[in-house]
Design a protein. Structure first.
Length: 493
């Protein structure tokens, strides 16, 4: 009997050690990071709500200011949550704040589960793309299968009619039929449909009122070719697989005591799930960037992933200086420049065939987001002008502010955070807050990957955040508190 009792006790103690090691509540600084990111996601979820109701109640100006403040606050919380140092404020360490963040997360999780089910259904249903970029990429894959160069043969009119999409989701330009409009007079959905119906089919050079060409590097549509060849009605399945891969990699990268919390945050990230549901390309390029940063020690894998990201979407280009600085700090300038060159070779290898076939068409397509006269849009600084709070400056002013912000973020990363992957991942998109077009999708998709990278960095730097099986039920407070943390930190048992 004594031997049996001893065996039961040993097995029980072993189980307790496993549970406390793998599934324990994270330590103070980690819990504070999770709290800040949960609140940032909650704010970003608010931006997904229909704005018509707020506009009717508050008016256009107050609604514009509200969404501007919400986005700005979410970015402040993001930067504090993924910074190299533990969060400096007292309130994220308090139990009440952490419980509130958890409740807000759990409140959204059922919606995330429902969105996941919708993603599965949309993968095998007729497409409903809310982004004309996806419409063009799907059509470009079809054109390539028919033996055409998509940069020369694709146009938005043919793509919308071929895939039976809503012209209200196209991108108007301040020229042609919309050339006489003030920049702040963005066309209504009905106006977009009316003008679009008048556009010629198969003549992209004659379509002036809309962004008409394939506007992304070649990998954006090359990865869709197998799905189009297989006869799938939409390409949402590809982006669903990207989301699945990104979720698995994020959960695997973080410390074991954070995995369940990161999993909940993924289900609560409705902007990420909504983007997958409509086939947004950002899910793909962010996955590649996350691999490049998350597995930076594997030089070949990291370099190839970075090159593929650059060949998928131009937004990935903003991450390059921060990645180079990070590798420079960890492995030296030679390694950083070698990886940069390697990524460039991958980018060139994917795009060169299309450049050789028609260099002008490729260049016009890839540079279209930068040079075409688009209407101002977004919830960054430009929102205050669109809401009538500030006068609208020329687009060149916003471009200058964006460039200055890029230089400032690079300088800040070099001085303060060049060893922190999470900081670099988040800083890369902050300059877009000053842009002429500061769409919220530019910021949504970095939040959880940046958190995962910050938590992975903290696993080595803050090992005291992970409870040790041999410790007492209440861990030594002097080991757990970060520098500058408040005295009323949450104690974990």
């Amino acid at each position: 009997m004594d031997e049996m009792a001893t065996g039961i006790r040993q097995r029980r103690e072993a189980l307790i050690r496993v549970v406390r090691t793998r599934y324990a509540i994270p330590g103070p600084s980690t819990a504070a990071r999770l709290t800040l990111i949960a609140l940032a996601l909650f704010l970003q979820n608010l931006l997904e709500l229909p704005r018509e109701l707020f506009t009717r109640v508050l008016g256009a100006t107050a609604t514009g200011v509200m969404v501007f403040v919400i986005l700005a606050a979410s970015l402040v919380l993001l930067m504090a949550g993924v910074g190299a140092a533990p969060p400096p404020w007292h309130w994220p360490y308090r139990r009440a704040t952490q419980i509130l963040a958890l409740c807000l997360t759990l409140l959204v999780v059922p919606l995330g589960i429902a969105q996941t089910a919708k993603i599965v259904g949309a993968s095998f249903s007729a497409p409903e793309y809310a982004n004309d970029g996806t419409t063009l990429d799907h059509y470009a894959a079809q054109q390539l299968l028919e033996g055409h160069n998509p940069y020369a043969s694709s146009d938005i009119v043919s793509a919308v009619r071929f895939l039976h999409q809503d012209p209200a989701h196209t991108t108007p330009l301040r020229q042609g039929e919309f050339g006489s409009r003030a920049p702040t007079q963005y066309p209504s959905p009905d106006e977009l449909r009316t003008v679009f119906a008048q556009q010629p089919v198969g003549r992209p050079d004659s379509v002036h009122a809309f962004e008409s060409r394939v506007s992304y590097p070649a990998l954006s549509f090359l990865v869709l070719v197998p799905f189009v060849w297989a006869g799938l009605p939409s390409v949402v399945l590809f982006f669903a697989l990207c989301l699945l891969a990104l979720s698995i990699l994020m959960v695997r990268l973080v410390p074991t005591d954070c995995r369940i919390w990161v999993g909940l945050l993924i289900l609560a990230d409705t902007p990420l799930l909504n983007a997958t549901l409509v086939g947004d390309l950002d899910v793909f390029y962010v996955l590649l960037l996350f691999v490049a940063w998350g597995w930076w020690q594997r030089g070949g894998v990291s370099t190839i992933a970075l090159g593929l990201a650059l060949a998928a979407k131009q937004l990935a280009w903003f991450f390059v200086p921060f990645y180079v600085l990070f590798i420079w700090r960890r492995r030296g300038p030679r390694e950083a420049l070698t990886r940069l060159a390697g990524a460039g070779v991958v980018f060139a290898g994917i795009n060169t065939p299309f450049v050789i076939n028609n260099p002008g068409a490729w260049l016009r397509g890839v540079l279209a987001p930068q040079i075409d006269p688009m209407f101002p849009l977004g919830n960054g600084l430009i929102r205050l002008s669109l809401a009538g709070v500030l006068p609208l400056a020329p687009s060149s002013v916003y471009l200058a502010l964006e460039v200055l912000a890029i230089l400032a973020c690079i300088f800040l990363y070099w001085r303060e955070g060049r060893t922190s992957r999470g900081t670099g991942f988040a800083l890369a998109v902050l300059p877009l807050w000053f842009a002429w077009r500061s769409l919220t999708t530019y910021f949504y998709f970095v939040t959880l990957p940046a958190l995962a990278l910050a938590l992975a960095d903290g696993r080595a730097a803050n090992v005291s955040d992970v409870p040790d099986p041999g410790d007492s039920h209440v861990l030594d407070r002097s080991r757990m508190e970060p520098a500058g943390a408040p005295s009323e930190v949450v104690h974990h048992e």
